[in-house]
Design a protein around this ligand. Structure first.
Ligand code: ADP
Ligand code: MG
Length: 616
């Protein structure tokens, strides 16, 4: 018998490793932008064609590479940023794993031009399937241009896995924004299919935030700034009135690296407690800087998750810093008549900020701990350690519980023993309907009674109505008397642009207004006017939850989101007439017994079954 184990050839090993680092065009964008920043560039230009599927190109004016380095850069584990394991805990650069360029070169055709200031001529290099196919001297400006073409040209299975251009472009914008936000003193531009989407001149962090997130943040940012020996925090939180129904504008950076942390996010939200309605999210752009030895950034291949040496301190610090900033802001509340009504009613806004309250904030242990320099480690432990730990864990798991996202399941469309029988079930005329707990409707039928869940039933009705509309028969629109403008972050604006035609077919009249803003000119005739803006924002957010689902067309997703969003909710009191209409409309549906996602809409209790139950 011969032995069977072989070493994989480099190009295959690289392709496998690339799976972790380069999942989509946006991952390459992130790596290339970070390399440009690490190279000390002051100008970074990103060019995208075909949502990065055809081309991702980054040009920087950084320090460039020598001819040998240019070749070396594409080897796996080739990096100039660390030399020994201890260096991992002193990292000041964005990259350090030395695998990004190797991964890119394994799954795309790569061209690079690079020159150092000291060299007269630069290097041109061409790579395919991890092998250098051409290298020559060339004339080029100082810095580096890397072009990545035809991503996954040699891994068709992964190419097919990529999403629509709109979706991939959104991912790219997200990554671009995350890097650009962290370095306001670097110029960044993003050009997609020949059109410049972002042109970010250098300036202050505040200017960068407004450039990226939109003018509606102008004059509505509260500065956060605390310094201790252990860590610093700086950045901005949006004033309470800028809180939105979507989680979009939340950015945390640790040592300039964008990170995702439900835990820290919770710390900020907690600081806003009582100042914003429960279901809305404050915007923030916050930077935490601390000794690199206090964080492990090497727990995730794309480095978006990190581990803190002491999470609790960071949590408390972030919360205290944001609270402090907000307290200062409420001492002099700005009279802003555009304040949203649900916010106005909150105590924190409607009641004057009393001296008592001010004192309470100022005398809290945390506040003192963090406003006195050198005091960060003296956060008083008010509870035994173990108890505190479980509490924190609880916070975490509480927060990580996913929102009930619109869920698409493969559940069968019928429920055992309860077939849709449009003709079979008949309501007994002139019999009053009964509403239970403002959620269930009891209606007598020719063969017993049914228990209808009002929200689920309405979801089915609306789904059918919107589906018909989406497939040709346009829904009626009511023109808005006061058209509402809506300003969105670039990524959301791209998504909404993509949805405009479909929204129109279901009765929304939304028009682009330039600069990522839109005007809502009309809404579906059967929707109560007044919260158009919220409705669209919510729709975008729900749609995003769906965006990974390839089973459904865009239209189908939209229809499902709309039905769910507009359905009467459980807990709402209904009149006799409303109940009757609801039940009748339900039975006009093709499959009245289930929602589009497969939940039952009603349960039927037949007379003979009831008789049997009572032994009759
Ligand atoms: P890492 O960034 O983790 O070191 P990469 O694969 O991204 O690994 O890059 C490998 C090396 O190539 C870097 O360490 C750096 O020395 C060099 N390099 C990559 N991109 C650039 C660039 N835009 N300008 C100058 N040098 C670069
Ligand atoms: Mg890198």
């Amino acid at each position: 018998m011969t032995d069977i184990i072989q070493l994989l050839p480099d190009n295959i090993a690289n392709q496998i490793a690339a799976g972790e680092v380069i999942q989509r065009p946006a991952s390459a964008v992130k790596e290339l932008l970070e390399n440009a920043v690490d190279a000390g560039a002051t100008q970074v230009r990103l060019v995208i064609n075909d949502a990065g599927k055809a081309l991702v190109q980054v040009t920087d004016n950084g320090k460039g590479m020598s001819g040998t380095d240019a070749r070396m850069a594409f080897e796996r584990h080739a990096t100039s940023k660390i030399r020994q394991i201890e260096d991992l805990f002193r990292i000041k650069t964005m990259g350090f794993r030395g695998e990004a360029l190797a991964s890119v070169a394994a799954v795309a055709q790569v061209e690079m031009k690079t020159r150092r200031e000291a060299d007269e001529l630069g290097t041109y290099i061409e790579i395919e399937n991890s092998a250098v196919v051409r290298q020559e001297a060339c004339a080029c400006p100082v810095g580096t241009t890397i072009s990545m073409k035809n991503l996954f040209f040699n891994v068709p299975a992964r190419r097919n896995f990529l999403k629509s251009n709109a979706a991939e472009l959104r991912h790219i914008m997200d990554e671009f924004i995350r890097v650009a936000m962290a370095f306001p003193d670097i110029f960044f531009s993003l050009t997609s299919n020949g059109q410049e989407v972002f042109h970010l001149e250098t300036g202050s962090l505040k200017q960068r935030i407004v450039q990226i997130l939109g003018n509606n943040y102008n004059a509505k940012l509260v500065s956060v700034q605390e310094q201790t020996d252990y860590m610093n925090i700086h950045g901005f939180v949006g004033k309470p009135e800028t809180a939105r129904k979507t989680r979009g504008d939340q950015y945390f950076f640790v040592n300039s690296r964008f990170i995702k942390s439900a835990y820290l996010n919770h710390a900020v939200n907690a600081a806003f407690e009582e100042m914003i309605p429960k279901d809305s999210f404050p915007g923030y752009v916050l930077f935490i800087d601390l000794d690199p030895s206090q964080v492990d950034i090497n727990v995730h291949p794309t480095k978006q998750e990190i581990k803190f040496e002491d999470e609790k301190i960071i949590y408390a610090f972030v919360q205290a810093a944001v609270k402090h900033a907000l307290a200062q802001f409420s001492i002099a509340p700005s009279l802003d008549f555009s304040l949203n009504a649900d916010i106005q009613q909150l105590d924190a806004v409607s009641k004057p900020f009393t001296t008592d309250k001010k004192d309470a904030v100022a005398s809290s242990n945390l506040y003192q701990a963090f406003t006195q320099k050198n005091q960060a480690h003296f956060i008083e432990r008010t509870k035994p350690d173990s108890q505190e730990k479980t509490e924190l864990k609880h916070w975490k798991s509480f927060f990580e519980a996913p929102n009930p996202a619109p869920e698409a399941t493969d559940k069968p469309m019928t429920i055992p023993g309860l077939q849709a029988r449009k003709s079979g079930l008949e309501l007994i005329p002139d019999t009053p309907l009964l509403q239970l707990h403002n959620t269930y409707i009891i209606a007598s039928t020719n063969s017993g009674f049914i228990l209808v869940h009002q929200q689920l039933a309405h979801e089915r009705i609306l789904y059918d109505r919107y589906s018909v509309a989406a497939h040709g028969q346009q829904m009626a629109t009511q023109k808005s008397l006061f058209p509402v403008t809506l300003e969105l972050p670039a990524a959301d604006a791209a998504l909404l642009t993509d949805l405009l035609a479909d929204l129109h077919s279901i009765g929304y009249q939304v028009e682009p207004f330039g600069n990522n803003s839109f005007v809502i000119q009309g809404i579906p005739a059967d929707i109560t006017p007044g919260n158009e803006k919220h409705a669209i924002e919510l729709l975008i957010e729900q749609f995003k939850h769906f965006s990974n689902d390839i089973k459904f067309s865009r239209r189908e997703k939209l229809v499902r989101c709309m039905a769910r969003q507009q359905a009467i909710k459980a807990g709402q009191q209904l009149s006799q007439k409303e109940m009757l209409t609801l039940v009748e409309e339900l039975f006009d549906c093709g499959s009245p017994n289930v929602t589009p996602t497969g939940s039952p809409t009603y349960l039927e209790f037949k007379e003979d079954y009831l008789d049997r139950m009572f032994g009759k």
